[in-house]
Design a protein around this ligand. Structure first.
Ligand code: UDP
Length: 320
């Protein structure tokens, strides 16, 4: 039975990965300090024998008994609101955290997978973004705590591969959405859904002409699993190339929820000065190397996410 360690396994994406690898018959060890993760995301796994949860920060060295086959490093705040609130913790998760996760993989001869991000491209001057684009990141901007942490994490991962021969994989994840996002995590979709379902104004930063490309979580998880199984050392974009303006996105949320909330245009909040104006993955590498592409259309993914948000709101929210 493969033994798989998932740091950040109680987060939105990490918890779906726990589910996926358990369903594949792995033993899964989830390490999470619950800074932005949530125990309720893995509550349904408490009685699963092949699942273990360790509440601990990856900024401490990771010591585990027994063999390890895979280490997936997903621990980090990922919403701009979160990483602007936890700047040092975010830098630490990407630097010391990545080092500790890599050391665990190196010690156990395990395969290592880094959760990187489309944020390594910053506010891109090349569109759509291919993996060979080096990006446009402000190294001292508010967002740099996340962007540069992930860029450093990629550099460290490649160094461990080159210097120590660690089997490494790097996935650059574009905006992913779905059930288990925190209602108030500050990102566009949770904000818009909570606002639409709660009858509050929809907060659009700027004029809403900035674009993103939203990928449903099941598709993202499938892409990550394919990458782990592949032999691709170079970074691979995993995302949905279907691009939409934030204004159109807000309107889609209003339509699908049947909400009468009004659109409220407002200035970008503090720290959003380097907000990328466009973002769309070129997924040519994922298509050719992983034979992967997303399958869930936006409206279908949104409907599934709306059901989740409605249930959470009925239950009185879930903020920690
Ligand atoms: N955004 C917005 N209103 C909100 C939250 C976000 O207009 O209430 C915008 C934000 O400025 C950005 C886009 O939506 O241009 C996506 O932001 P998000 O925080 O979801 O993720 P990002 O892609 O920036 O990491």
């Amino acid at each position: 039975m493969p033994r798989t360690v998932i740091t950040g396994g109680a987060g939105f994406l990490g918890s779906h990965l726990c589910d996926h690898f358990l369903a594949q018959g792995h033993e899964v060890i989830c390490i999470d300090n619950l800074l932005t993760g949530n125990a309720s995301n893995i509550g349904h796994l408490a009685s699963v024998e092949r699942f273990q949860f360790i509440e601990r920060s990856v900024t401490e060295p990771i010591e585990l008994e027994g063999a390890v086959d895979h280490v997936l490093h997903f621990a980090s705040p990922a919403s701009p609101t979160d990483y602007l609130r936890f700047p040092i913790e975010t830098l630490q998760a990407g630097s010391a955290g990545t080092r500790h996760a890599l050391e665990l993989a190196r010690a156990g001869n395990a395969r290592f997978l880094l959760a990187s991000t489309s944020e390594v491209y910053g506010d891109p001057q090349v569109h759509p973004q291919r993996e060979d684009y080096w990006g446009n990141v402000n190294p001292i901007g508010h967002r740099s705590v996340y962007d540069e942490a992930k860029r450093f994490a990629e550099a460290l991962t490649m160094a461990y591969h080159r210097a120590y021969g660690v089997e490494t994989r790097i996935v650059r994840i574009f905006n992913t959405y779905g059930p288990r996002m925190r209602l108030e995590d500050g990102r566009a979709l949770p904000n818009f859904l909570s606002q639409a379902l709660g009858g509050r104004d929809i907060t659009i930063y700027g004029d809403g002409s900035q674009t993103r490309s939203f990928c449903y979580v099941d598709d993202t998880v499938a892409g990550i699993a394919r990458l782990l199984d592949s032999s691709e050392i170079l970074p691979v974009n995993v995302g949905n190339p279907s691009e939409i303006t934030i204004l159109e996105f807000a309107k889609a949320v209003l339509e699908l929820t049947g909400s009468t909330s009004r659109l409220h245009f407002q200035p970008f909040p503090e720290g959003y000065g380097d907000d990328p104006k466009v973002r769309r993955p070129d997924i040519g590498r994922a298509r050719s190397k992983l034979h992967w592409e997303p399958k869930v259309p936006l409206r279908e993914g949104l409907n599934r996410t709306i059901e989740y948000f409605k249930a959470r709101m009925r239950a009185g929210g879930q903020e920690t």
